[in-house]
Design a protein around this ligand. Sequence first.
Ligand SMILES: O=C(O)c1cccc(C(=O)CC[C@H]2O[C@@H](n3cnc4c(=O)[nH]cnc43)[C@H](O)[C@@H]2O)c1
Length: 207
Amino acid sequence: MKTLVVAATKAELTFFYQHFNLPDGDFVESKNFDLLITGVGMVATAFALGKHLSSKYNLVVNFGIAGSFDRDIALGTVLNIAEDTFAELGAENGDEFLTISDLGFGENHYTSKTNKSINLPMAKGITMNCVTGSEKSIKNLMKRLNPTTESMEGAAVFYASKQLNIDCLQIRSISNYVEPRNKDNWKIGLAIKNLNDWAIAFVGEMN
Ligand SMILES: O=C(O)c1cccc(C(=O)CC[C@H]2O[C@@H](n3cnc4c(=O)[nH]cnc43)[C@H](O)[C@@H]2O)c1
């Protein structure tokens, strides 16, 4: 059985590719793990996992950077996203938001699943099509879901893994605070370095 490592962009796993001497592809097979680069967002992630996820894997690990709603979390902190919600999936009813479970169409909330002990703080994520960038949206999301982090893929990876009953983890490194957009404030390099250090140690120890 193998692990499937999943990331949205190659850039997020730059040092991981280097460390394991991986060829420069979007789907790379190696002895102990395979690596899948999906592209950014839930649709690209679902399509790529639909093509590549199978019962030959016993663990899916989604690595990536993320935004934090919590300013007490330092940029560059690596977190174990233990639960994740498709935050926009549902219907507006005036000022009220109805989830797809409220509508009777299934679940919008998913969790990680593993028997491994993960030496990272746990956090609650949401998954968005649109990076949140206004005070009004932040206030609404905080009130409705009280998330710690935001990504554009996490819940889709949990969803696909659950469909095939495969264990899954989501590990995210904080690159920015969720705020009105100002890319100058993002610390992508630091987040990617810390994420890759953790990923290399974790996947290396599994071998
Ligand atoms: O600009 C760069 O150098 C660069 C290098 C690597 C990756 C990126 C990305 O923008 C990755 C997009 C990826 O990041 C996640 N993300 C990060 N912050 C947030 C956020 O505040 N809200 C939602 N998603 C966020 C997301 O999962 C994207 O897939 C740039």
